[in-house]
Design a protein around this ligand. Structure first.
Ligand code: FAD
Length: 372
């Protein structure tokens, strides 16, 4: 008899699990409460025909060869290397802060002195979290650390999280370190790219299997006692699954204001950050990510806050403790073949590759267990 698998949430996690189990002959029902697949990686062509990312810019980058090989079965790539500029003291300079940023923002002699001190202290090609750089005793490096902290991290973090950099989990600020090299790229991963025809086209290919049924506009809450399954993979918010019995996990939300201009180009790079000015954090120009040729261009102005879609888990002590309570409950359900996986169910700041990795690892674990 075929295994019946229920997957809740058609983001990259749910879609990867659906593809893997269906390819081994299981019957998969994938339900999604939104009216589209793709979760937060969803892209679509707007009324002007420009491909945009509805929930913010998504660049695929990974060091996991197995993840890259797996995903590459379903798409060709533009071999894109992501670069971000930030408006600092009225100038556009590379972010993460690196040696090029140093020369862009400071007079030559001072930049040379700082470069030498940075290399002597930390070594070339090293990445230093800003909170570590701030601990330095040298007066020039201390000046630099305070400058970078103030101009790049402090106000950006306050806008993004409504918190100071010290108040959020150190792993979050460490994601954008100070880079002691001339490498301007935002990510240094071995494999980086943009799916040639977009994410949704890639996901559609993954779901092209007669063993997979997708039901959109379908909320798990309304269906939960009506469907029989051997395995349930839940990729939606873990607190919702347990009816918020210990309380709600917090998320930072985002809203994007999309605007289209009758001109080919809007800004010099796909993403420009505004750490210090305005209420928004960044402007994204989608054509510069997707490599689309079009006589018009669409931008998205990103506003963090408590409204919009749930973008990032708030990894403070309160929420980490709360999550542990739900995790304990979730662990007990493994005996009934109920698994919690993905960004919302594991309450993690997962990138796409980590979401795929987590799904592939879970699939391998279960599939291997069954074969034994
Ligand atoms: C602004 C932004 C930019 C990002 N940029 C990048 C990037 O450049 N590179 C990168 O690698 N990663 C990026 N990410 C991370 C990426 O979005 C996630 O790794 C990925 O979306 C995780 O997929 P998921 O399937 O676990 O979760 P999701 O994409 O959130 O999918 C979960 C799905 O579950 C559905 N759902 C929720 N509740 C229910 C319910 N009750 N019933 C049915 N369905 C339900 C949701 O509608 C959603 O479709 C970014 C994230 C954000 C917010």
């Amino acid at each position: 008899m075929k295994n019946k698998i229920l997957i809740v949430g058609a983001g990259i996690t749910g879609i990867t699990l659906a593809e893997k189990f269906a390819s081994k002959g299981s019957e998969v029902l994938l339900i999604e409460k939104r009216d589209h697949i793709g979760g937060n990686c969803y892209d679509f062509k707007n009324k002007d025909g420009i491909l945009i990312h509805k929930y913010g810019p998504h660049i695929f980058h990974t060091d996991y060869k197995d993840v890259w090989d797996y995903i590459s079965q379903f798409t060709d790539w533009f071999y894109y290397q992501h670069k971000v500029l930030g408006l600092i003291d009225g100038r556009l300079a590379p972010i993460p802060f690196n040696l090029n940023t140093l020369y862009e923002l400071f007079p030559l002699k001072f930049a040379q002195k700082l470069e030498e001190k940075l290399i002597n202290k930390f070594g070339y090609n090293k990445k230093i979290p800003i909170l570590d750089l701030k601990k330095t005793k040298d007066k020039d490096l201390k000046f630099l650390a305070d400058f970078v902290y103030e101009k790049i991290f402090l106000h950006y973090t306050e806008k993004q999280w409504s918190l100071k950099p010290e108040e959020i989990d150190a792993s979050v600020t460490a994601r954008v370190p100070v880079v002691i090299s001339r490498d301007d790229r935002y990510f240094q991963n071995k494999y980086q790219g943009m799916p040639k025809e977009g994410y949704v086209k890639m996901f559609e290919k993954m779901l092209q299997n007669e063993n997979i049924e997708v039901q959109l506009n379908t909320d798990y809450k309304k269906l939960k006692n009506k469907i029989k399954y051997n395995f349930l993979f839940y990729t939606s918010p873990i607190d919702e699954f347990f009816n918020y019995k210990y309380g709600r996990l917090d998320y930072r939300c985002l809203k994007l204001d999309f605007q289209t201009f009758n001109q080919e180009s809007y800004q010099p790079s796909a993403v420009v950050n505004y750490p210090n000015n305005y209420d928004f954090t960044r402007i994204i120009e989608f054509k510069k990510l997707t490599q689309q040729n079009h006589r018009k261009t669409t931008i998205g102005i990103e506003y963090p806050g408590n409204e919009g879609f749930m973008a990032y888990p708030v990894l403070d002590e309160k929420n980490k403790k709360l999550f542990q309570k739900y995790l304990k409950e979730a662990e007990k359900l493994k005996k009934q073949n109920i698994y919690f996986v993905g960004r919302l169910a594991e309450y993690k700041y997962y990138n796409m590759d980590e979401a795929v990795k987590s799904s592939l690892d879970l699939f391998n674990k279960i599939n291997y267990g069954r074969r034994k």
